[in-house]
Design a protein around this ligand. Structure first.
Ligand SMILES: Nc1ncnc2c1ncn2[C@@H]1O[C@H](COP(=O)(O)OP(=O)(O)OP(=O)(O)O)[C@@H](O)[C@H]1O
Length: 295
């Protein structure tokens, strides 16, 4: 039965009825928990323990215990203001936690700076604002590869030095389907292609944990489906955590889903399980009724 959930296809945060049937070409069935063939518990690449972020008395992330198994795709969903972006910022060091732990392969990375966390193999998709319209795609990739952390660009790097990254840069462009656009300026790309370029940049340092913040936001249906396939493709050999409001994307990609509400974990499990959870349905319906008047 379709639920009223939110999708970001075309217009951000548009309310629609979504029957969210998962794609048949999943890399792993979302109805199956991400356990290895041995049947034992999957190794957690990332675990947060009572992770909390207060903003002057307002608790945006409240005692969150999140566990992301290695080699899985994990979705973070939740209504507006649930704390998803704050959690992402904590995981990548852009915000410092008020309390709690962030364990990356068992080591606490809470308190580390974004560059240090990137150096440990955690990458976050660049936002479009980080692209330079006048630079070509290959130049973007070469500069990202020249940076040891993949964060930021070193404009003083000489053309000759950059040349050594050309082959790898082309490989990355090929991976995201942009090899034939290598020499064009980023400013001339269509929106979906710019998002694909951001993913290529995030892959530059071969991260073991890739964080994608709303990879399909603002896309039309065709680009959404292309992005789903792209995320499946680049998820091989690493863990991916993504935030998305589009339940078709979540259902198609996620091995596990964590639902946040008011900074707390409301539900966690397979997509099939959380989408039929009464508390989750109520949380989204509540948002609809409290929100912009859609019922
Ligand atoms: N720097 C800040 N100072 C004060 N409050 C903040 C700050 N950043 C976020 N918040 C608050 O924390 C709550 C969680 O915000 P957050 O952006 O993490 O939610 P979200 O789940 O990402 O929402 P959306 O789906 O709308 O992007 C919101 O109430 C927000 O207003």
């Amino acid at each position: 039965m379709p639920h009223r959930l939110r999708t970001s296809c075309g217009a951000k945060h548009k309310e629609v009825l979504v029957s969210a049937s998962p794609s048949t070409t999943e890399r792993q069935s979302p109805s199956q928990p991400p356990t290895p063939a041995s049947g034992g518990p999957a190794t957690a690449i990332l675990r947060t323990v009572d992770l909390t972020k207060d903003f002057r008395g307002f608790t945006a992330v409240n005692s969150v215990n999140l566990e992301v198994a290695d080699n899985t795709i994990h979705a973070l969903v939740g209504p507006n203001g649930a704390g998803k972006t704050t959690l992402f910022n904590l995981l990548t060091g852009f915000l410092q936690p008020s309390s709690g732990q962030i364990l990356l392969r068992g080591d606490d990375i809470a308190g580390k700076q974004p560059e240090q966390i990137a150096h440990l193999g955690v990458a976050r998709s660049f936002q479009i604002t980080s692209l330079f319209d006048e630079m070509t795609l290959i130049e973007h990739l070469e500069l990202a590869l020249a940076s040891p952390t993949g964060l930021g660009y070193k404009f003083w790097t000489s053309r000759k030095q950059l040349g050594q990254f050309k082959a790898r840069a082309m490989e990355l462009l090929d991976q995201v389907g942009l090899a034939d656009r290598a020499g064009v300026r980023a400013g001339s790309l269509a929106y979906g292609q710019k998002r694909a370029l951001e993913i290529a940049l995030a892959l530059a340092n071969d991260p073991s944990l890739l964080l994608l913040d709303e990879p399909t936001a603002g896309m039309g249906l065709e680009d959404v489906d292309r992005t789903i396939e792209l995320v499946k493709k680049v998820s091989g050999g690493r863990a991916v955590v993504f935030v998305d409001h589009n339940m078709h994307v979540v259902g198609s990609l996620a091995d596990r889903v964590t639902v946040l509400q008011s900074g707390e974990v409301l539900a966690e499990g397979t997509y099939e399980r959380v989408r039929s959870d009464e508390r989750v349905i109520t949380a989204y319906l509540g948002e609809t009724n409290d929100g912009d008047g859609h019922h």
